[in-house]
Design a binder for this molecule. Structure first.
Ligand SMILES: NC(=O)c1ccc[n+]([C@@H]2O[C@H](COP(=O)([O-])OP(=O)(O)OC[C@H]3O[C@@H](n4cnc5c(N)ncnc54)[C@H](OP(=O)(O)O)[C@@H]3O)[C@@H](O)[C@H]2O)c1
Length: 305
């Protein structure tokens, strides 16, 4: 059993990861912050990770072999209102965790974002220079740099994913389903492109990357490129909602606080070469997301917190 210290265990990625891997080849200690986790099958604690000494205390207590750092201030618009907190959590904290991991010879995986790019070009490689447009994006890029300069053995994955969460509101896919299931029309941006990956597919690739002991920067996003409008329509069709409820719109009419990058498609050639097989296709991931819905997984998650 590999002991994994997982931060952000109450978050969209962290919770899905913990539930998928704990008790199989891995034993998870999940770290949540403000969300008390009840009835989760894995061990969990509540810790404010920016408190001095908290990371060292967790390492001492749990003695993990791997740290997967998913905790972040991940709400792009909130970060515009809380720049100091975003700097502390997204930029400085990952560097401190990376340094502590290095000092204890623990493998570290740090989760970053496609949003570090300005989205002018698209199909970004790991060697392309980021140009963040928002406080979230700038602080996440700062976090990547802090991790890789503190710990050359760390793995940094730039991701984009969707899945079910404890609040039912943490992913774009949940927002589409919540509205469409209530027959509400929604705006689907035709001028924002991305590569969404189902969270369980992301978990599988991250675990493979850990097994292969990959280090450095990798783009780990979905295999298909699409607009947010196309994503919404695909969800509507899969769930049997009226696809016409997803109306084409421009992000300029979306009333969002933070600037959004238009083309956040990333090139995944480096991770595909490293793992030696293609990434799961979009349709397979979407089917898993739908199957979880049919089996009541969203309700189960809401009862955990
Ligand atoms: N969602 C996406 O599509 C997406 C896209 C690109 C990149 N990412 C990246 O993926 C990672 C996971 O995102 P997510 O969507 O799972 O985020 P999320 O659902 O918003 O969860 C964030 C987690 O971080 C924890 N946290 C925040 N501040 C903390 C602190 N000071 N101390 C301890 N824990 C703290 C939260 O704990 P509590 O809730 O218990 O307070 C929560 O568990 C992040 O690095 C994010 O930047 C996400």
């Amino acid at each position: 059993m590999t002991k994994i210290l997982l931060t952000g265990a109450s978050g969209l990625l962290g919770l899905n990861l913990a539930m998928a891997v704990d008790g199989k080849k891995h034993q998870v200690l999940g770290v949540a912050n403000t969300t008390p986790m009840r009835w989760v099958g894995f061990k969990s604690v509540q810790t404010e990770l920016t408190e001095p000494g908290s990371i060292e205390h967790l390492l001492e207590e749990y003695q993990p072999e791997v740290i997967i750092h998913c905790a972040a201030l991940a709400n792009v618009d909130d970060c515009e209102h809380r720049p100091d907190a975003a700097e502390e959590v997204n930029a400085r904290l990952p560097g401190r965790i990376a340094a502590a991991a290095k000092a204890s010879s623990i493998k570290m995986v740090h989760i970053s974002t496609d949003a570090v790019f300005d989205g002018i070009k698209g199909d970004y490689l790991e060697t392309d220079e980021p140009h963040p447009l928002s406080i979230y994006a700038r602080t996440k890029w700062g976090g990547e740099q802090a991790v890789l300069s503190a710990n050359e053995n760390a793995l940094v994955a730039r991701v984009n994913f969707y899945g079910w969460s404890v609040t039912g509101k943490r992913s774009l896919a949940e927002w589409f389903v919540n509205n469409l299931s209530a027959s509400q029309t929604v705006k689907g941006f035709t001028d924002i492109h991305f590569c969404p990956m189902m969270v369980l597919d992301l978990v599988d690739i991250l675990m493979e990357a850990i097994d292969l002991n990959l280090t450095g920067l990798y783009h780990v996003v979905g295999a298909q490129k699409m607009s947010k409008f196309e994503f919404g329509r695909a969800l509507a069709r899969k769930f049997g909602f009226d696809p016409e409820l997803v109306q084409p719109a421009s992000v300029l009419d979306g009333g969002l606080t933070a600037a959004r990058s238009p083309n956040l498609t990333l090139n995944t050639g480096k991770i595909v070469a490293a793992i030696g097989h293609p990434l799961p296709d979009f349709e397979t991931g979407l089917q898993k997301f739908y199957d979880q819905y049919r089996h009541g997984f969203p309700e189960l998650l809401k009862n955990l917190a």
